[in-house]
Design a protein around this ligand. Structure first.
Ligand SMILES: NC(=O)C1=CN([C@@H]2O[C@H](COP(=O)(O)OP(=O)(O)OC[C@H]3O[C@@H](n4cnc5c(N)ncnc54)[C@H](OP(=O)(O)O)[C@@H]3O)[C@@H](O)[C@H]2O)[C@@H](O)CC1
Ligand SMILES: Nc1ncnc2c1ncn2[C@@H]1O[C@H](COP(=O)(O)OP(=O)(O)O)[C@@H](O)[C@H]1O
Ligand SMILES: [K+]
Length: 517
């Protein structure tokens, strides 16, 4: 049971996949009518929990579209009517699907008022949006678009069924206009749009209404191992190097080399170091320009600080490793934060590392200048890139608009260059070269702040180093780091507000996340 719920919570579907899964269920004998009753019954119960009908009788506006999303809304309307809510229906379409027509007829027979013009719908305590669900593919125009805009301006709470009407199920694109929901009940399985940055403003609070879709039907459509998955607490914790074996030593717990910092951006090196510290990595070496050496020592006394020759501008000019050390001495290398673009030779040098290599920030800008694909072709071992959208566009100028479909973009990029890519944002997406994707479903805008990416680089570098001798897919480790980082942001924001999560503070919340569990 637990296992089913966990598996369902990892699943993400497109509209086409949802339709196929639905067909499996219907083909096996489940009547459409029964499924609609079941789903809408669950929604009605949730609405009653959230806004009980008494003590003051609540007035509810029900927005009804032509398809089964409208049918769901009408079943909710009927149930709320019997529970004592005052119901008004707005049903602007002339032609409705058969089941939806029947539910409308029955609602009207109960005496529930029904309007086709938006001006007639009185002000309500809240609205239920059943205009369009995953069946919407065309742009909304004319009277319906005007009505949606007007409803948004009423500033009443809106509960959307399945998706806010107007949002494309797969890309999250706003098709002309869309309902701005305060709460969205996603039905059965998470749709892709819930993980696309461009749609997030429209969902409000999100919640999955699990209506017991059999796992076998999901697997029949998506396969045993779905291509796109949501990161969950369970998946994230499964790759953590915990518990540690009792008999171990520091070199067995990974040796991470960080290459970062410049006279101009000294803080980035410290933040990256503090992120790495929180990963628990056995040994931490940090290569910085000579002039930053003692600054780093004072912040990270446990780390081995390697002072390197520097350019006139204060960037690392040459990676001068200690005696008897070469690139193969480290279990992983992370390079980039605070480097400036004057460290091109260093980026070229670390390409030869036989171990996992993580590139971030200016290392990505340098990689773009060197030529992303030809440069990465030299790599023998795994490479991870962690761009934000701007860096992504510099690295992959041929990939069309990232914002239009972030998930497709990250898959295309990883496949082109053979690296695992973490594309940052409100909903971070990670793809391996074969197109297996993890998406981080929960985060906080508190992280939209200079330096929080540096913390991620250190944390991920430390996890990669610790996993070097284990058989864990690289993208799974990247997913764990993304989850841990955002959970630390969420916890910090809960305690300190969204304005209280500077990057240093973020590093101090990484451990409390694990301690909570
Ligand atoms: N899957 C499940 O397991 C379950 C699914 N259930 C529910 O069913 C929903 C999916 O229902 P659905 O397929 O009937 O589509 P839906 O989203 O209601 O709307 C499509 C309609 O809109 C129309 N239309 C499209 N674009 C338009 C435009 N721009 N302007 C105007 N009209 C436009 C389009 O017309 P057409 O394109 O044919 O002209 C079509 O008639 C799903 O979201 C969930 O709520 C649950 O009941 C049970 C479990
Ligand atoms: N609106 C947001 N919601 C959630 N996370 C965000 C948001 N904006 C940024 N982040 C996260 O914050 C981090 C910012 O990284 P980055 O842009 O590299 O910053 P910097 O280079 O200044 O450290 C990324 O992990 C990103 O996913
Ligand atoms: K809807």
């Amino acid at each position: 049971m637990q296992d089913r719920q966990e598996k369902i919570s990892q699943v993400v579907v497109t509209a086409a996949q949802m339709r196929d899964i639905e067909q499996q269920i219907f083909a096996a004998g489940m009547p459409v009518v029964a499924l609609m009753e079941k789903v809408a019954g669950l929604i009605a119960r949730r609405v009653q929990d959230l806004i009980p009908p008494t003590p003051l009788k609540k007035r509810v506006g029900i927005l009804v579209g032509p398809g089964h999303n409208g049918g769901d809304a009408l079943v909710v309307a009927r149930e709320l009517y019997f529970r004592g809510y005052e119901i008004w229906i707005y049903s602007p379409f002339e032609k409705l699907k058969e089941l939806t027509t029947q539910h409308l007829q029955y609602a009207q027979s109960l005496g529930i008022p029904c309007y086709s013009a938006i001006e007639e719908l009185p002000d309500c305590d809240f609205l239920i949006d059943g205009l369009f669900g995953f069946g919407l593919e065309r742009t909304i125009t004319d009277a319906i678009a005007t009505a949606i805009n007007e409803l948004n301006e009423r500033n009443q709470p809106i509960f959307s069924i399945d998706l806010p009407s107007g949002i494309h199920t797969d890309t999250g694109e706003v098709l002309g206009t869309a309902i701005r929901a305060t709460h969205t009940f996603c039905l059965g399985l998470w749709k892709l749009a819930f993980l696309q940055d461009q749609a997030l403003d429209y969902f409000g609070k999100v919640e999955l209404i699990d209506f017991d879709i059999p796992l076998a039907d999901v697997q029949a459509v998506l396969g045993e191992v779905p291509k796109i998955k949501r990161i969950t607490k369970v998946t994230a914790l499964s790759t953590l190097p915990l518990p540690r074996p009792p008999v171990t030593h520091k070199y067995k717990e990974g040796h991470l080399l960080l290459v970062c910092g410049s006279r101009r951006y000294a803080g980035g090196a410290i933040l990256t170091g503090l992120g790495a510290r929180a990963s628990g990595v056995g040994m931490l070496s940090i290569a910085v320009p000579e002039s930053l050496k003692y600054l780093l020592v004072s912040h990270l006394p446990e780390a081995l600080i390697i002072g390197c020759p520097e350019t006139e501008t204060g960037a690392i000019s040459q990676l001068q490793l200690p005696e008897k050390t070469d690139l193969s001495s480290f279990s992983a290398i992370a390079i980039g934060p605070g480097l400036t673009k004057d460290s091109t030779p260093i980026v070229q040098a670390v390409m030869k590392s036989p171990e996992p290599l993580l590139l971030d920030a200016d290392a990505l800008n340098i990689l773009a200048q060197l030529g992303t694909i030809p440069t990465l072709q030299q790599r023998q071992a795994a490479t991870v890139l962690t761009p934000h959208t701007g860096e992504f566009q510099r690295l992959f100028p041929d990939i069309a608009d990232v914002k239009a479909d972030k998930i497709k973009a990250v898959q295309a990029a990883a496949s082109q260059c053979g690296a695992t890519i973490l594309l940052k944002g409100a909903r971070t997406a990670i793809s391996n070269p074969q197109g297996a994707v993890w998406i981080n479903p929960e985060s906080t805008p508190a992280l939209a702040r200079g330096g929080s990416g540096d913390v991620l680089t250190g944390l991920l570098g430390g996890l990669l180093a610790q996993a070097a001798t284990k058989q864990i897919p690289i993208e799974d480790i990247v997913a764990t780091a993304a989850w841990w980082h955002s959970q630390a942001g969420i916890l910090a924001a809960q305690e300190r507000t969204e304005l209280g999560v500077d990057a240093f503070t973020l590093t101090q919340y990484l451990m409390p996340v694990l301690k909570q569990i």
